[in-house]
Design a protein around this ligand. Structure first.
Ligand code: 4AD
Ligand code: MG
Length: 432
């Protein structure tokens, strides 16, 4: 007998198969039991008829606890009422592992309780849907960049440098030296771009940010392309095409997951249209002032209310471009049209999800970069290798970083970033 998962049901209609699954819920009357099952791929219904399986098996079924693991033999049937379209008419059941008093029941639980049981919460249909969308975004990311000839490069996680400022670093001992967990692979990716042209990384990054917002994780995954012989304008085009591609693939390949989450596909469709609108930082500040934000001045960073207001002007992601150099990192190239600003952009997602991409053109001139390293009070010895890149055949180059979990939260339409990571690292939470 073939062992299948229920997502393959279409190829096994009216055939006898084995499915290995867990019981999520059940209801029964005198002669018939309805089992809600999950096989890792999908959630589906199993029908057990007393006259089919016999008294003994039927009684066993009635006594099964939530999350019992089972080997089921049955016939795949069409079922128009389920969103899957199929159910299993069960002929026999073997209990593999019993389960009693499973802590997460179909009733409502508080967030803290669910977070304490994250190892079990992952089994629920909503979490399952989010993990599938996360997986699709990862898959589509590799596809997008591989199709365009980018080479995947893995920058180190233990580093001696701090690209995004020195206040949010996890420090650890590295034998006799101090090391930090990577905040961003960017500086290493710049070296790789000079070797391989177009490269991308995709790996964990760490920020010791004492932020407890719905957008911040302590550990998150970042996707960082870096492109040689590429200016910021070209990088913006890659960014919008890439994000539109992610949304397109989630729409096309994650129907059931989006349905489980109640995500409106028409809203998502708008995000597949490029180009995305752009606004200069300076114009954005003016727009905010004109609309009653008296807490913002030119030179300030934006908080989430500011980002959300700007994002709400459109129903697509928006680029805020050319930020003041005083609030951006040391490696960004000055904007020749307005030297108080740098050639950079934040991509702000609609619907209040905030910044999902930060990117810029990098300084390619040795003297300018050396001066910045000094004026930012960074240790020149630590950055000597990074300066070397400007010494031997320097070229204009640009890149960006997309935060995977923020993208997942936005595309899935879920409220809080903590549900986008299988085991989120949050302020004050390291368990489980
Ligand atoms: O804007 P950031 O700090 O940019 C960089 O690190 C650049 N070095 C990237 C590059 O040019 N190669 O971070 C990039 C993205 C943000 O837009 C956001 O999506 C995500 O990383 N991010 C976070 N996501 C979750 N939790 C946090 N604490 C995050 N901090 C940044
Ligand atoms: Mg940023």
């Amino acid at each position: 007998m073939e062992i299948i998962t229920m997502d393959q049901a279409v190829s096994y209609l009216n055939q006898k198969v084995q499915i290995n699954a867990w019981l999520t819920n059940k209801r029964s009357s005198g002669k018939i039991a309805f089992l809600q099952l999950r096989d890792g791929k999908t959630y589906f219904q199993g029908i057990v008829l007393k006259e089919e399986v016999g008294e003994e098996v039927f009684d066993t079924v009635k006594g099964l606890g939530q999350e019992s693991s089972l080997k089921l033999i049955g016939t795949v049937q069409a079922d128009e009422r389920s969103s899957l379209g199929y159910e299993l008419l069960v002929h026999s059941i073997e209990v593999v592992g019993e389960s009693h008093e499973y802590p997460i029941t179909p009733k409502e639980h508080g967030t803290d309780f669910l977070m304490d049981h994250r190892h079990l919460w992952l089994r629920s249909s909503r979490q399952h849907a989010i993990m599938q969308i996360r997986n699709e975004i990862i898959r589509a990311t590799y596809e997008f960049f591989n199709d365009r000839g980018f080479v995947k490069i893995d920058p180190p996680i233990l580093t001696g440098s701090a690209p995004e400022g020195t206040t949010e670093l996890f420090q650890t001992k590295y034998f006799d030296e101090d090391a930090y967990l990577s905040q961003s692979g960017q500086l290493y990716m710049e070296a790789a771009a000079m070797a391989l042209g177009n490269v991308f990384s995709f790996g964990p990054t760490f920020r010791a940010e004492k932020s407890k917002t719905r957008r911040h994780l302590i550990e998150f995954w970042m996707m960082e392309p870096e492109m040689a012989f590429t200016d910021h304008e070209e990088s913006l085009q890659v960014q919008e095409q890439y994000v539109a591609y992610l949304v397109r693939n989630v729409i096309d390949n994650c129907h059931l997951a989006l349905e489980t989450l109640g995500r409106d596909i028409d809203v998502l469709e708008k995000y597949t249209q490029v180009p995305y609108p752009r606004i200069e930082y300076t114009e954005a500040v003016q727009l905010l002032k004109d609309n009653g934000f008296d807490d913002i001045e030119w030179g300030d960073d934006f908080g989430s209310p500011h980002e959300t207001f700007i994002a709400n002007q459109n129903d697509q992601p928006v680029f805020i471009i050319n930020w003041p150099r005083s609030i951006k990192p040391f490696y960004m190239k000055v904007n020749p049209d307005n030297p108080e600003t740098v050639l950079c952009a934040d991509m702000i997602a609609p619907e209040g999800y905030g910044e999902i991409i930060g990117g810029s053109q990098r300084i390619d001139d040795y003297e300018t970069l050396a001066e910045n390293i000094k004026s930012f009070k960074l240790d020149p010895e630590v950055y000597a290798w990074y300066l070397d890149l400007r010494k031997y055949g320097s070229v204009p180059h640009s890149g960006f970083g997309l935060g995977l979990e923020r993208a997942v939260a936005w595309i899935s339409g879920i409220e809080h970033i903590r549900e986008t990571s299988p085991f989120p690292r949050l302020l004050n939470r390291l368990y489980p």
